[in-house]
Design a binder for this molecule. Structure first.
Ligand code: NAP
Length: 248
């Protein structure tokens, strides 16, 4: 029996990067997957096909996680299509990096809405089906930056720290209903995005990490699969750093 056999998962922001890695891992572990993206329609369609090749049910939805009504409509559509929701992975996120001196109200609001309000939107929407079945696992993608802060990322770090407070509060509120809520704090994960950075800078980052390499989407996906599965049945309200020892 595979780790996530017959479970239904919603993964936000899976068209690329870490979300895509999580979707592929979940498919290998037998989950049926509803995933979202914001604008990458072609990548979404390609991912749906790739996931289906693992013999599971998969469907991509173009849905803005920052939009309260869209999130609620998404969950209604997923329940109609898949029957229920067992796992929610709030992965969608953006950066609008700049020093506080130059940070606009718009850059603040965009990051808070895409990274933090989205987590509220989706979690609130999945509460109903999860309460009904008295079971569920919610996994929120925070960041080591949310734990320790980072210059040039005041908006991003605040959104990721907010996710941690939200995660723990939901764990306390819904624990008695067997609904678990945990966060993952990735360190430096090498995705397409970081592939565009200067190689010398990136090598400097790698050298400063105890495990001497950047993380992969698969590294994060493996921990996400554990938190989604019944193997973590007694784990809730926790933040797991996936950072190669960077935050130690
Ligand atoms: P990425 O490559 O930029 O991918 C972001 C994904 O989120 C894309 O699929 C994007 O869809 C989607 N998305 C963005 N805004 C959305 C919205 N409003 N509604 C729905 N989907 C939305 O990012 P990543 O590096 O994989 O990061 C994934 C998560 O891990 C983020 O929360 C990020 O903050 C966190 N994280 C990343 C790192 C790292 O080093 N990479 C470290 C710590 C934490 P489109 O393709 O349609 O735009």
């Amino acid at each position: 029996m595979k780790l996530l056999e017959n479970k239904v998962a919603i993964i936000t922001g899976a068209s690329r990067g870490i979300g895509r890695g999580i979707a592929l891992k979940f498919a290998q572990e037998g989950a049926n997957i509803a995933f979202t993206y914001l604008s990458s329609v072609e990548k979404g369609l390609a991912l749906q096909k790739e996931l289906e090749s693992y013999g599971i049910k998969a469907k991509g939805y173009q849905s803005d996680a920052a939009d309260f009504k869209a999130a609620d409509d998404l969950v209604t559509a997923v329940v109609a299509e898949f029957g229920t929701v067992d796992i929610l992975v709030n992965n969608a996120g953006i950066t609008r990096d700049t020093l506080l001196m130059r940070m606009s109200e718009q850059q603040w609001d965009e990051v808070m809405n895409a990274n933090l309000k989205s987590v509220f939107n989706l979690t609130k929407a999945v509460q109903k089906p999860m309460l009904k079945q008295r079971k569920g696992s919610i996994i929120n993608m925070s960041s080591v930056v949310g734990v320790k802060g980072n210059p040039g990322q005041a908006n991003y770090a605040a959104s990721k720290a907010g996710i941690i407070g939200f995660t723990k509060s939901v764990a306390l509120e819904l624990g008695s209903r067997n609904i678990r809520s945990n966060a993952i704090a990735p360190g430096f994960i090498e995705t397409e995005m970081t592939g565009a950075l200067d190689e010398k800078t990136v090598q400097g980052w790698r050298d400063a990490i105890p495990l001497k390499r950047g993380g992969t989407a698969e590294d994060v996906a493996n921990v996400t699969a554990f938190l989604a599965s019944d193997n973590s049945a007694y784990v809730t309200g926790q933040v797991i750093n996936v950072c190669g020892g960077m935050l130690t």
